[in-house]
Design a protein around this ligand. Structure first.
Ligand code: NAD
Length: 366
């Protein structure tokens, strides 16, 4: 199969859909890979690395789309890319269709096959192509939180791990899923005193069994949250209720109970945020302050660490890319149920119920 890897043109997106190692795996299997010139640059991969792995470098995005049957990307196509996608293309990328009617309609019109990373779903209901980005964001939330706790950027001026003779900071983590677990692990590693909350007892048991002694698990309730926010230095929001907006666990009135310079990082911002005062921010301007509380709520946190994020993402997408290349989309999706659940729009028809429902459009079974 002829596979194309275009450069990501969405603002500030430095990840790339395939690493040289992925190219090597595909060319080894007699597939042809076209990589757009400098597509890997933002993630630390050079044209020469791709050429050595067997890729052909093409100059423009138009060249890549024209040469390829399957396109491997990271972000959803933006308007400029809509007309490049044609009926002979299979596109495998994050789409997040439910949040864009324009993209949904453009992909229906293109008659391409659109397989979305975010709906590839394993038998146990987990989302294998979302987990790595949550791992990155969870770990990064502590790195960012630690930075914004510094006084010159309006934080409380406390070091997460303290020093001998001075107690460490207190970190409150809401949610003990992928984001919360990774956040708690990083904070604990730096020596902070960590409280992690969830309503899922299985998640709390796992935390309790596997974390070091400076991590305490506690059932999530308004009463318990109010108790801890008074002296927490850093609060991480990592809750998710599948298919729904995040519950507002920290309300505006609670900010007044926090100490000035407390930092709150809402990783769940992409689901509406789990703090009432959250609004999406960017890597250019990641924070804002309300009632002396520093808010960090960047919606695409992994974008700031493209080297790690690209590798983490492509590690999990590559096995599916190989299946699609070897078998073609129809057979690959038929033979592999998790991949089949990734089918969102096929040849002009919406085959994923929630997307059709989001825009009151027609749905057809895949
Ligand atoms: N900002 C970013 O760049 C970025 C990156 C990756 C993920 N995310 C987002 O982070 C959020 C968390 O993702 P995840 O992969 O950890 O999800 P997850 O499903 O693994 O974990 C969510 C946890 O929240 C818990 N929860 C639900 N209601 C709760 C409550 N009232 N109190 C405490 N815990 C509660 C659930 O039981 C679950 O354990 C999602 O919204 C995801 O989209 C954002």
């Amino acid at each position: 199969m002829k596979i194309g890897v275009p450069i990501e043109i969405k603002n500030n997106e430095n990840r790339v859909g395939m690493t040289p190692s992925g190219v090597f795996e595909l060319t080894k299997r007699n597939h042809t890979v076209f990589v757009q010139k400098d597509a890997g640059f933002g993630s630390g991969f050079f044209n020469q690395d791709y050429i050595k792995a067997g890729a052909t470098i093409l100059d423009t995005i138009e060249d890549v789309y024209a040469a390829a049957e399957m396109i491997i990307k990271v972000k959803e196509p933006i308007e400029k890319e809509y007309t490049l996608i044609k009926s002979h293309h299979t596109v495998f990328t994050y789409f997040h269709f439910a949040s864009s009617e324009a993209l949904t309609k453009a992909m229906i019109k293109s008659k391409a096959v659109c397989i979305a990373y975010e709906t590839v779903e394993a038998e146990d209901g987990s989302l294998p192509l979302l987990i790595p980005m949550s791992e990155v964001a969870g770990r990064m939330s502590i790195q960012q939180g630690a930075k914004y706790l510094e006084k010159p950027i309006k934080g409380r001026g406390i070091l997460l791990g303290g020093v001998p003779g001075v107690p460490p900071a207190k970190v409150l983590v809401l949610g003990a899923g992928v984001v919360g677990y990774q956040a708690a692990k990083m904070a604990a590693g730096l020596g902070a005193y960590v409280i992690i909350m969830d309503i899922n007892m299985k998640a709390l048991r796992y935390v309790s069994d596997s974390m070091p002694n400076n991590v305490i698990s506690e059932f999530s309730s308004e009463y318990n949250i109010r108790k801890h926010i008074k002296d927490a230095d850093l609060i991480i929001g990592g809750v998710l209720i599948k298919g729904a907006k995040a519950p507002k666990l920290i309300t505006k009135d609670m900010l007044k109970e926090m100490r000035p310079g407390t930092v709150i990082v809402d990783v769940a911002v992409d689901q509406g945020g789990c703090f009432e005062t959250t609004r999406p921010t960017t890597h250019q301007e990641p924070t804002y302050i309300i009632d002396d509380v520093v808010h960090y709520s960047v919606a695409n946190m992994p974008g700031a660490v493209p080297y790690t994020s690209t590798m983490a993402l492509t590690n999990v997408t590559l096995p599916y890319v190989i299946k699609l290349a070897n078998e073609g989309w129809e057979k690959a999706c038929e033979n592999n149920a998790p991949l089949g659940r990734g089918l969102n729009i096929v040849k002009g028809k919406i085959v994923y119920k929630e997307i059709a429902e989001a825009f009151d459009l027609e749905f057809e079974m895949a």
